[in-house]
Design a binder for this molecule. Structure first.
Ligand SMILES: [Fe+2]
Ligand SMILES: [Fe+2]
Length: 247
């Protein structure tokens, strides 16, 4: 991280929340590419989700009549599924705190709004997971997710290693946040597929809703980065270089 990033330049920091989440931006060049990561994670896109639930189900989850058969408690697969839910439940709760910290430390208003909005969305995702635990006849339980913990430590490091009121920090926070979103996209993509294969159709639908929200957030962050933050961070770098040359 640059040690001496200059104070923010004047343009576009107060542009307000850009709530638009155009899907056409999600596969863009810098600061992540949600579309490709989502497809690698096995995630299904919104366009082929609910209506295709039977097509997505694994053949082993169907009985002879073609209807889904639920994989029942006690099986290893069920235990694995429940463990994965506990892991993402912990991750979402940790991310709520992380997003709050990231929002407090941004320079750009639109990025702050994006983090704050996603914190609210994440709260709903936590409730959705609680609903799924209930559907499974279990009390919601969190299990520490070392992956999310590591990603949040990275964002705390970013805040420590960059100067206040710099776009360089914003740029780095977007990278940190997109890593966290991509982790969630991978986790939910797999959970949706697994829940469907196991015959937990209602749970799969709820998980799909969350997956869609994670992709939207990832796309929005790309949009903000490309809208002005990457450019502002580059300008800070160029200022820094010219100041060094003068010395
Ligand atoms: Fe989430
Ligand atoms: Fe998220």
């Amino acid at each position: 991280m640059p040690r001496t990033a200059t104070k923010k330049s004047s343009s576009s920091s107060k542009s307000g929340s850009s709530k638009s989440t155009s899907r056409s931006n999600s596969g863009s060049r810098s600061n992540g590419s949600s579309r490709s990561s989502a497809s690698k994670s096995g995630a299904t896109s919104r366009s082929n989700t609910r209506s295709n639930s039977s097509r997505n189900a694994s053949p082993t989850s169907r009985n002879r009549g073609g209807a889904s058969k639920e994989v029942m408690p006690g099986s290893m697969l069920h235990e694995f599924f429940m463990d994965a839910l506990k892991d993402i439940y912990w991750a979402e709760k940790a991310l709520m705190k992380g997003l709050q910290k990231m929002a407090k430390n941004t320079t750009s208003e639109d990025l702050r709004a994006a983090f704050e909005d996603h914190r609210v969305v994440t709260g709903n995702q936590v409730q959705r997971l609680e609903q799924i635990f209930e559907m499974m006849g279990k009390k919601a339980q969190a299990k520490k997710c070392p992956a999310m913990q590591g990603l949040l430590e990275e964002s705390a490091e970013t805040i420590e290693e960059t100067e206040d009121d710099t776009y360089t920090r914003d740029c780095a926070l977007i990278v940190n946040a997109q890593k966290a979103e991509h982790y969630e996209i991978a986790a939910y993509g797999s959970l949706v597929t697994l829940a469907r294969a196991m015959g937990h159709t209602e749970a799969a639908d709820l998980l799909q809703e969350t997956l869609d929200e994670e992709k939207e957030t990832d796309a929005l962050l790309t949009q903000i980065a490309e809208g002005h933050i990457n450019e502002e961070a580059l300008a800070e770098f160029e200022n820094e270089e010219s100041e060094e040359e003068e010395d």
